[in-house]
Design a binder for this molecule. Structure first.
Ligand code: BES
Ligand code: MN
Ligand code: ZN
Length: 491
């Protein structure tokens, strides 16, 4: 989709104007209504549309208005109109007309700031995301027709400049959503590593470790997960050096289980297809690195993603196996379906040892128990550092992502002690399953400030209520991480 900033709405095919709660037409909308002798107000009064957030009314443009169609889009209460309300209004306008046949949508932001005009364009892009690469017979009437979104801005140059800062974040979210949407027969570890490597075009340095190197380095718990798969395991290390030379980096680690059958502890058939998105944590990390490079962030950052496929096979690991991790701690694998923590254990240890980062933050679709605890709209935040957790928790709501802090009590440590090894990969039956998983990870952090985000609830959505998050792959975490870095860690 093309984005343009224009100085006037004249000649628009479809013009979206903002309406606040109480049918209060905003800016240009008021002028249009006057020019059309109150026709827009009459249309609203004849409908249930009051300007509420995420609601729209599409009307034929009255005489005197230089457009074919008007979309009145709700901004909610004027006093609570923030960036997210604006994003919702722009996204809802897009959805109201995306299948109309119109080729362009013009969004009026004339009375708004340049930053807000840019954000309207950004929101339209996030709203328009669809993964259509495998649809060969999509009927024309089901295919989005909008090819260009134009945003009317009072200061076109300033709006463009503001958009240049936001556009790389939209690129990154789209990139992450594509990774998560891809089926596992296409996006297996080697293919994923190739896509990470291709980000060198943005200025990232990307290193790929294959099985030989991982074996030599001692990534045995990660390799144990992948050993039942014909697909070779990989670790991708992405570096963005936008900060001061020699400054300690910040580090992000992602679970990239390209498909999780459960292994020998196999999952039930029903819903197993969902486990293609068991690499959502790694997609957030890769998306973040894409965003940092795209907007040339002033920070040194490392992204490490552990890429494996968890399959049952003659070569697969067995329940009861004891595996030596990179950290030197032995791990009893009681359930081969608790594989994410095995992948992350080696990645976390490697990251702190090699890069000595200020902090490590991992993201993972780690436990079904997280969904039981928080429902489908919150990710869980586990951390040994209040500062790090608070920086994450401050950023998330600013970009419309929900996160909630969870405890990691030392009293539960005994549930992951093993009689035969240093640690086991399951906890106290179903009790506190997300917490014992986090405690497991913590044993591989070597005391470095660390946060673990369990995104099992939020990586994928089936009934999205947000116009800027279409059903399917969310790209959850890209925006929060980017915002957290910008607000708390950039020079
Ligand atoms: N990838 C799953 C967790 C998951 C479940 C993510 C549902 C998204 C939706 C993870 O590898 C897993 O299978 N965890 C087990 C752990 C258990 C065996 C200790 C779980 O949650 O059941
Ligand atoms: Mn699993
Ligand atoms: Zn998994």
């Amino acid at each position: 989709m093309k984005i343009e900033f224009v100085a006037s709405a004249s000649g628009a095919e479809v013009l979206a104007v903002l309406v606040h709660e109480g049918r209060a037409l905003h800016g240009t909308g008021g002028n249009l209504d006057t020019a059309a002798s109150g026709a827009l107000t009459r249309a609203m009064n004849a409908s249930r549309f009051t300007g509420g957030s995420n609601s729209t009314l599409v009307v034929a443009a009255p005489a005197g208005v230089g457009a074919d169609t008007i979309v009145l889009t709700g901004g909610g209460e004027a006093g609570k109109f923030d960036d997210l309300a604006l994003e919702t209004a722009a996204g809802a306008a897009y959805h109201a007309v995306k299948l109309s046949g119109a080729k362009s949508l013009t969004i009026d932001a004339y009375a708004l700031s340049a930053e807000q005009a840019a954000r309207a364009a950004f929101a339209a892009r996030l709203a328009a995301y669809r993964f259509l690469k495998y649809r060969t017979t999509l009927k024309p009437e089901k295919t989005p027709s909008i090819e260009t979104v134009k945003v009317v801005a009072a200061d076109v140059t300033a709006a463009k400049a503001a958009y240049d800062k936001l556009s790389p974040v939209a690129d990154a979210v789209e990139f992450a959503r594509d990774l998560v949407s891809e089926p596992a027969n296409v996006l297996y570890p080697v293919e994923y590593a190739k896509r990470a490597k291709a980000l060198e075009k943005l200025g990232l340095e990307v290193e790929i470790l294959g099985e030989k190197e991982l074996e030599k380095l001692g990534f045995r718990t990660l390799l144990a997960v992948g050993q039942g798969s014909v697909r070779e395991s990989q670790v991708a290390i992405m570096k963005w050096n936008g900060g001061k030379k020699g400054e300690q980096p910040i580090a992000f680690v992602g679970k990239g289980v390209c498909f999780d059958t459960g292994g020998i502890s196999i999952k039930p058939a029903d819903g197993m297809e969902e486990m293609k998105w068991d690499m959502g944590g790694s997609a957030a990390v890769t998306g973040l690195m894409h965003a940092l490079a795209g907007r040339k962030a002033k920070v040194n950052a490392i992204g490490v993603i552990g890429l494996v496929e968890n399959m049952p096979d003659g070569a697969a690991q067995r329940p009861g196996d004891v595996v030596m991790s990179l950290s030197g701690q032995s791990v009893e694998v009681l359930n081969t379906d608790a594989e994410g923590r095995l992948v992350l254990a080696d990645c976390l240890w490697y990251t702190q040892e090699r890069f000595k980062p200020k902090f490590m933050l991992d993201l993972a679709t780690l436990t079904g128990a997280m969904i039981v605890a928080l429902g489908l709209e919150y990710a869980g935040v586990f951390s040994n550092s209040d500062e790090l957790a608070n920086n994450f928790l401050a950023a998330a709501p600013k970009v419309g992502e929900n996160a909630w802090r969870m405890p990691i009590p030392a009293a539960y440590e005994r549930h992951i002690d093993s009689p035969i090894a240093d640690v086991k990969n399951t906890g106290n039956g179903r009790a506190g399953g997300s917490i014992t998983a986090a405690l497991f990870l913590q044993r591989f952090t070597n005391g470095v400030p660390w946060a673990h985000i369990d995104i099992a609830p939020t990586a994928w959505v089936k009934d999205s209520k947000s116009p800027t998050v279409p059903d399917g792959a969310v790209g959850w975490g890209v925006r929060t991480l980017d915002r957290m870095v910008a607000d708390s860690y950039e020079a």
